[in-house]
Design a binder for this molecule. Sequence first.
Ligand code: SF4
Length: 166
Amino acid sequence: MNITATHINYYHICKRKLWLFSHHITMEHTSDTVYEGKLIGEHSYPYRSEKYTELELDGIKIDYFDAKNGIIHETKKSDSVEQAHIAQVKYYLYVLQKNGISAHKGIIEYPKLRKTEQVILTEEDTQSIENQLVEIQQILENETCPPKIQKSFCKSCSYFEFCWGD
Ligand code: SF4
């Protein structure tokens, strides 16, 4: 299976979420959280799309790539900086560099927090991503769904009812 940035993101959130998503048990389209996130991405920076390039390759889709300066711009609606966001942008950098595209930095913007997070890819990150890809593949090939984890972010997860409903 082609590993996408969504797989990487879910890997860092919850292995069960990763497995469910990979087995096409998707509920994201009904999630208000995802819808709100899309709206924030589309409306927070209305003039950006004219300035930057949209890029899609090898399972990643970058909405705003500054090709001239090699900078990825990502917008998150979250009200906290999350490890999964940083991992996702590191993966973008990894895929671009693997494809010979000059990209040396990511900037994650959090409109709700009025904050930005800078992301770079180190050699250790590259090695870590390659290990993650192997582990993700193993999780996906497993016939059994990983167990539930009780975390605060379950409440905003699209699988909340699936995991914790009656
Ligand atoms: S609700 Fe919690 S346990 Fe279930 S998939 Fe989402 S994050 Fe994982």
